[in-house]
Design a protein around this ligand. Sequence first.
Ligand SMILES: C[S@@+](CC[C@H](N)C(=O)[O-])C[C@H]1O[C@@H](n2cnc3c(N)ncnc32)[C@H](O)[C@@H]1O
Length: 338
Amino acid sequence: MKKQKRENINLFELDNLEAASALLEFNWQFRSSRALMAAHQLGIFEVLAKPKQASEVARECSTDPLMTEKLLIVCCALGVVRRDADYFRLTKLGSDMLLPDSPRYIGGVIGHNEIIWWATTGLPEVVRTGKRDAAPDPPERFKKDLFDDWIWAMHGIAANGPAQWLARQLDLSDRNLLLDVAGGPGTYSIALCQRFPHLKAVVWDLPATLTIARKVINLFGMSGQIKVQKGDWGKDAFGSGYDCLLMSNILHGPGSQAETRLKQSKQALLPGGLLIVHDFLLNNDRSGPLPASLFNLWLGTYTINEIVEVIRKAGFIDVSLIASNAQRGSGLITARRP
Ligand SMILES: C[S@@+](CC[C@H](N)C(=O)[O-])C[C@H]1O[C@@H](n2cnc3c(N)ncnc32)[C@H](O)[C@@H]1O
């Protein structure tokens, strides 16, 4: 077949240059993320609790001085480190988010993301085979803190915006006792109890998770309002007598046994009790939003209409989406036990 002759192409006539740059930027972004993870892994942020020269940081972290300075320059550009001549120090954002004794520390998030990083390098294989275990296993050093990092990650994420967002969307002024099913570190309960000071809450979860929840609840001085209760949803009932109940980030699409969890929740609620569901949600035409689509790729995500239907079928009434968090790709649904 004869090749068709193409017209000369003028670079200045190419359209969509802004969208093209944004797409290129998406493709580059992993380098920023990798730099943040490397600085965290090397303990650089902790060393920078006090201002230091790059050579001192390198000595304390056992790293190469020249590469350390280059990494510190990236951290400055990311806004977590500030440079004053030869000295580097954490910015307020850096010390708020990257020092372990900060109440909004995201070390768990970065550690957890390291696991996801390894898994996602195997994405082509996972898509080819349809098997999630086709992804490579992360190195042992990342696996040893896997569970704790995961639960601390839930805190690091929630404390830096989603918990405040969720609490601001709800009016629990006429509710007294909240059950936070699989409440993890308890951060959403903390936000709700701080916004509604008369409210009491119970964080219900596995014993290993509750070890962390107790620490988080104490850190925020909330043990007077929030208790913990151990339970395993595979064999235990959720209890009874609650007038509101939160299920945050546990109804992850069709594989999550949502129907069973919702029936258990209904039994725990008093008649008239308020069910609150918070999760990633795909829009109804399944074209996004991006955070929900990425979550769906690895675990599973309902569309808005699907989750409303699942909740309705479990016997709840007045089911409605009351808010969407576009940045997080999540939605908040409330319903009532008749
Ligand atoms: C994704 S986290 C959600 C935590 C919290 N609700 C939030 O939104 O941050 C899932 C939670 O489910 C809990 N979980 C997992 N298996 C469980 C089980 N069999 N019984 C009770 N809780 C369980 C985990 O301990 C974890 O806290």
